[in-house]
Design a protein. Structure first.
Lengths: 364, 592, 321
């Protein structure tokens, strides 16, 4: 019904001459600004939520060191860290710290959480990047193939494949890959980011990005590069396949949706080939919702990375998160979680902007 | 080139000098739907001569659209087809995929109903037109393509075509989009164009322009057009020959003048009789209807026991709805301008009077109807409904008045809760306003209401989706009048219905209004329909009320050029009269 | 229950879907239903099916199972590094999984649906705040949030039913925003539907409109979300278990926990400790997803397969009056 009311957007004034609207990009600019401002409440809500939830269980000192220190020692540490003050004071202090880029200091090994990011973030970025390549390379073409052969056997097979990808927990996929290609048929290394020699080499790089792939290229050591690449294969496939399944389904459903649109029929009525209808006419409009959901999936990959890194002993942020969890160091956990929240919010923002750039209705 | 001579000769069997460009021979199509198999087209035989406009007319379910699609081989795989559709010596139904691709666009192409969905929103229009050219001549150079696209756009009257090559569809108005769709269809020089309801989604004034464009193209290029439509006015305007279809079967074919002057088949006669004709059956106009209105007016005033209200020219009772400088503005949200849907409108609806609001899309007619029923907030001026000021209304204080207002929605399919039976839906007013009423009493009321709208009483137990569109709209009327309201707002109640069904629903509305004497605001885009029912007509244009008077006044002595254009643009179901009106409309447009 | 009575049997979800489905979609739906039934049977009859208890490490007649024993007659799927019987723990694991799904999904449905209906229909500030909160939580990787919740609820480690409830509550919090979003979107859409507007015009009260008109129509897609979320609940539970937030092996069997413990086995070629619990997870999620996917296809007229014309004797030609 709402659409049939005189819609302000649709009700163009035919009397008004069509002016050139291209010059003014104000629509997009405004969209980007509004979308950017939306990051603030998102991040604020999550940090607040996480802060209070983590504090319900008590102070982090007792949680981490409870068994090991005497009551008096504990009390001393608690007071020193300021955990004896009212919760609301601690909250404002914590938020203030966040604004200054201070994500807290770990209890177990007394390191600023930001340091953890600088040291281990790169490994996670590397893993997610490789996994995304797998996900795109597998998910998108297969999704298009499934839509093209809709309801015939290739479609059925691909859908079962997609569901299997999705139904297999990433750590089980990792375990299977390790078992088959790391142990039974040892094609690839089963754990770690690189062999110890390469690790040593990488730690000696001046001004490291800590993304081994880039660092190896920078120092021009192709043997190391090969070693790094072979280590990345199994984790990237494990994490990538999970996402590939989601991408496959996403592409298939959206393509089938746009293939049923009148404008595809219109193309067909003028002799455009089915292949081109799928890959161009239906693909571009399907891309807009696909990209938005893909953005969310990239965020979800961070959770997958936690499990993948644990499976493959890939020393990234996720691996560290689990280590701190086991040590019951909740300041570190909270810091890492909050920082991931920021990254997720930024990723979703960027992806939405990309989707808007593709959509001419927003662009002009 | 005048086509009259060649087409009236009767092309059905191809016995004329020119061989048909398209011949359909014994076409039979069966589809599968959720409701089971549908035998959509039954043994259809037709032929179209070069340069001829053949209109295929029928109501929903007649199989006309399926026929159109089968000409291009655009029928889904799940359908089974028999017979032949021959184009340039090829049978489309048995052609291979490669043959079909070659044939589509080059020999036959299609114009779609809804231009905004027929254009891909994320590609430029130039690119989209070029796609057809590239598909048929992969060797064409970029520059050649561009030249051909621009000339195709110029042919359909898009100004500054060269600049607009890189525009996206949303940068054009509805009428321009349809021109672009036509340009696409013509770009490859097809001999036959299948136009599937090409003007149904457009406003009347725009429709007239598109029909002129199609006629010009036929005259200049000799392109044959298969026009699929349900609108008899459009048929009278454009067609040379008419094929009438009903439930998949061909009822009759005849040259257009012959068909309108002396329809042979009973179905055709009934169909033509059901079409509302502008001024022919005017309620307010001269003759019997006017006298009846006066009588009714006298009766209501007597009942009211006082002198009629101040409004000049009105002989009705006291005002039920009074709008003074009414403004309705939709807030624009962050960074968007407010949208003024209604800008300073004055009108009065008196007791027992039917006030017709007519206008094209974006005119604000629906908004006014919704504001009267308290569904949209009136933001400025004054809107008095049954003595209640709607500007700044509060649901709590307005609620007691709601039982005195009925509302009939446009889409009968959507205005019933799919989870409730028709009986439960009609019962709802009683459940809300007379909670103490016993179940038996309620049931009795529902049955008598169903009876009043001429529906079988056993329909109370059915679910809305089990009823046809017309039946649902009757049930909707029953719900609207359940509490014997003083005011009924009907928002395009018949625009989703077929002509013959529309005629019956309108007749029912008339009868109920005569019997129950409620005041009504009748909203429609169709001037002829409004004229049939209304004592007074208001013409809205971009939120302003241009005309406000009896049907006779508005139709014969309009104050505004727009109204004159609107009246002239409305095609009448009479080819001879329509030719005259076409000239008049062209003159008015030229004067703009 | 009044609602259930009025809906004819054929219009119930799943049953109506089965009636509509043809070909491939029917195959998928039936396969999914069979798998789900098998998992349910394993869960309910675990004490009868499993030869040993989930925490059993030695034979009744005495003598330990031994750790990492290869599959044999006594232990058809071998034993774990902790000395448990793999087959028994996989079967008992179904019980844990099903209990968690039921508690988690029911809780999130109730809270999510109620919030979504109210927020969507009433709108205003409450709605805006809830939407921003739900969006924020929704965009966040669910496993990370589940970790935080697990810490809050059980302090990380847990025992017996406490563990199941803790896992279920953690998952609930993560899924409430999903239900909320779906139901709210439906409610907002329905609010603009003519049939709701016609109830407004009649002067029906808000409660009447929400309960009678909006609720029933807004919740039609719930069976679908239910299946999709159940599979996600299992994956989250297994993920939590894998990270060491699972249920202690002495209080219940949990597939993710067993997989975590088998991590080291894999490098030495011991495959049975990881493969069987892993496959159990895959099969369960697969079954539920198959049901959900086919329901999704059948709900969407664009995706629904149709029989070829003339394939069935039913040739009721549609009449348009």
């Amino acid at each position: 019904m709402a659409a049939s009311i005189e819609n302000p957007v649709l009700a163009e004034d035919p009397a008004k001459p069509l002016k050139k609207q291209r010059a003014s990009g104000s629509g997009l600019g405004r969209y980007v600004l509004v979308r950017f401002l939306l990051i603030i409440p998102t991040v604020w809500i999550l940090t607040t939520l996480v802060f209070f939830l983590m504090r319900i269980t008590g102070d982090p000192i007792t949680a981490a060191l409870g068994g090991r220190l005497t009551k008096a020692q504990l009390q001393e540490r608690i007071e020193a860290a300021g955990y004896d003050r009212p919760l609301i004071v601690q909250y404002f202090e914590y938020m203030g710290g966040l604004l200054r880029g201070d994500f807290g200091t770990t209890v177990s090994d007394n390191r600023p959480v930001t340091d953890l990011f600088l040291q281990y973030g790169a490994a996670t970025v590397e893993l997610v990047f490789f996994a995304l390549i797998v996900a795109f390379a597998v998910g998108i073409p297969l999704g298009m193939l499934a839509a093209y052969h809709r309801d015939r056997w290739p479609d059925a097979a691909l859908r079962v494949f997609a569901i299997l990808c999705y139904a297999t927990p990433v750590f089980f996929a990792g375990l299977l890959l390790k078992l088959v290609f790391g142990v039974l048929i040892p094609l690839f290394p089963a754990s770690g980011r690189a062999s110890s020699g390469t690790e040593l080499l990488m730690s000696g790089v001046v001004g490291p990005t800590r993304i081994y792939f880039i660092d190896a290229i920078r120092i021009g050591d192709f043997e190391a590069l090969g070693d790094i690449a072979s280590h990345a294969v199994l984790p990237a496939i494990a994490l990538g396949l999970l996402t590939a399944g989601v991408f496959l389904r996403l592409v298939r459903t959206n393509l089938i949706g746009t293939l049923g649109q009148q404008y595809v029929e219109s193309g067909r009525s003028r002799g455009v080939s089915e292949f081109r209808l799928v890959t161009t006419h239906a693909w571009r409009p399907a891309l807009i919702p696909v990209i938005t959901v893909m953005g969310m999936q990239i965020a979800m990959m961070l959770a997958g990375a936690v499990l993948t890194e644990t499976t493959f002993e890939w020393k990234g942020l996720g691996f560290q998160l689990v280590q701190y969890l086991l040590k019951r160091d909740f300041v570190a956990v909270q810091g890492i979680v909050v920082m991931l929240a920021v990254i997720v919010a930024l990723t979703n923002f960027l992806v939405d902007v990309i989707a808007a750039l593709i959509d001419p209705r927003v662009r002009y | 080139m005048s086509t009259d001579g060649t087409t009236t000769g009767g092309v059905t069997t191809g016995g004329t000098s020119k061989a048909p460009v398209l011949s359909i021979d014994g076409l039979d199509v069966t589809f599968v739907t959720d409701a089971g198999d549908v035998h959509a087209v039954k043994d259809l035989t037709l032929a179209v001569a070069p340069g001829e406009v053949l209109a295929i007319v029928g109501e929903s379910g007649s199989g006309k659209s399926v026929t159109a699609r089968s000409v291009l081989g655009l029928i889904p795989d799940t359908a089974t087809t028999n017979g032949a559709v021959v184009l340039q010596g090829n049978n489309v139904l048995t052609a291979s995929k490669a043959q079909l691709r070659k044939l589509r666009g080059a020999d036959v192409s299609m114009v779609f109903q809804e231009p905004s969905t027929a254009l891909n929103p994320v590609f430029t229009i130039g690119w989209q037109i070029a796609e057809g050219l590239r598909a048929h001549n992969p060797k064409l150079k970029k520059k050649q393509i561009r030249e051909r696209v621009v000339s195709a756009l110029e042919d359909v009257g898009i100004p500054n075509a060269a600049d607009r090559y890189d525009y996206y569809p949303h940068q054009f108005s509805g009428g321009q989009k349809q021109r672009i769709v036509i340009a696409m269809a013509l770009a490859l020089g097809a001999d036959v164009i299948v136009a599937d309801e090409p003007t149904t989604a457009l406003d009347v004034t725009v429709q007239a322009e598109i029909l002129d464009l199609l006629r010009d193209l036929r005259d200049q290029r000799g392109t044959a057009i298969v026009l699929i439509t349900h609108n008899m006015g459009v048929v009278a305007d454009l067609a040379d020959r008419v094929a009438v279809m009903y439930r998949g079967e061909l009822v009759e074919t005849a040259p257009v003048k012959e068909l309108f002057a002396s329809p042979k088949e009973e179905y055709t006669q009934a169909l033509l009789a059901a079409v509302p004709r502008l001024g022919a059956d005017s309620r307010s106009g001269a003759g019997g209807a006017g006298a009846a209105a006066a009588a009714r007016a006298a009766a209501t005033t007597a009942e009211a026991g006082e002198a009629p209200a101040a409004e000049a020219g009105s002989t009705f009772g006291e005002p039920v709805v009074t709008a003074r400088g009414l403004e309705i503005v939709y807030p624009g949200g962050i960074g968007k301008r407010d949208f003024t849907a209604v800008a300073g409108v004055d009108f009065t609806v008196h007791k027992g009077e039917v006030f017709g609001l007519v206008g094209e899309s974006g005119s604000g007619k629906t908004t006014i109807g919704r504001a009267i029923a308290g569904l949209t907030t009136a933001t400025g001026g004054s809107l008095d409904v049954l003595g209640y000021e709607m500007v700044g209304m509060k649901e709590k204080t307005f609620k007691p008045l709601r039982k005195r207002i009925g509302f009939v929605f446009q889409d009968p399919a959507a205005s019933f809760n799919p989870q409730l039976t028709v009986g439960q839906c009609i019962e709802e007013p009683f459940a809300v306003h007379r909670p103490k009423m016993s179940d038996a009493d309620r049931r009795r009321e529902v049955l008598s209401l169903l009876d009043a709208v001429q529906l079988p009483t056993e329909y109370a137990k059915r679910y809305p989706h089990e009823l046809s569109g017309g039946q649902r709209q009757r049930a909707s009327l029953a719900r609207g009048i359940a509490l014997d309201p003083e005011l009924l707002v009907a928002d395009e109640p018949t625009s989703a219905l077929d002509v013959s069904v529309q005629a019956k629903v309108l007749e029912l509305f008339r009868e109920l209004q005569d019997r129950l004497g409620f005041a009504a605001v009748f909203i429609s885009h169709d001037l002829a329909v409004v004229d049939m029912l209304s004592d007074r007509i208001g013409v809205l244009y971009h939120g302003e009320l241009l005309e406000n008077g009896t049907g006779e006044q508005v139709l014969t002595r309009p104050d505004h050029d727009y109204t004159r254009r609107l009246i002239a643009s409305l095609p009448v179901p009479d080819p001879i009269e329509q030719e005259q009106r076409r000239k008049e409309a062209a003159r008015l447009r030229a004067a703009l | 229950m009044d609602i259930l009575k009025r809906i004819p049997f054929q219009r119930l979800p799943i049953i109506s879907h089965l009636r509509q489905a043809v070909g491939l979609q029917r195959g998928m739906l039936i396969a999914g239903l069979i798998i789900c039934a098998l998992v349910l049977i394993a869960a309910i009859f675990a004490p009868l099916i499993a030869p040993y208890g989930y925490a059993q490490m030695s034979y009744e007649e005495g003598g330990r199972f031994g750790a990492q024993q290869a599959p044999s007659a006594a232990h058809i799927w071998g034993t774990t590094v902790g000395g448990y019987d793999v087959f028994s723990r996989v079967i008992w694991g179904a019980q844990t999984a099903v209990s968690v799904i039921i508690v988690a999904v029911l809780l999130s449905i109730f809270i999510g649906v109620a919030l979504g209906l109210i927020s969507g229909y009433i709108g205003g500030w409450l709605d805006r705040i809830l939407v921003v909160v739900a969006d924020a939580v929704y965009a966040f990787p669910s496993l990370l949030l589940a970790i935080v919740m697990a810490i809050v609820i059980s302090g990380g480690q847990s025992s017996a039913w406490g563990g199941i409830l803790a896992a279920a509550f953690s998952i609930t919090v993560v899924f409430i925003p999903q239900y909320f979003r779906v139901v709210r979107a439906e409610t907002v859409r329905l609010k603009a539907e003519p049939f709701v507007e016609s109830a407004i015009v009649l002067g029906a009260s808000r409660t009447r409109i929400i309960t009678k008109h909006v609720f029933r129509n807004a919740t039609r897609t719930l069976p679908l979300i239910f299946t999709l979320n159940s599979s996600e609940a299992i994956l989250t539970l297994a993920g939590l278990g894998f990270l060491g937030f699972g249920i202690e092996p002495s209080s219940a069997a949990e597939w993710g926990y067993d997989l975590n413990k088998s991590l080291a086995d894999v490098t030495s070629g011991i495959w049975w400790t990881s493969v069987f619990p892993g496959i159990a997870i895959v099969i369960t999620v697969l079954g539920i997803t198959l049901v959900g996917e086919s329901m999704n296809d059948l709900n969407d007229p664009r995706l629904r397969l149709r029989k070829r014309a003339g394939s069935k004797k039913k040739s009721a030609v549609k009449e348009t009056a």
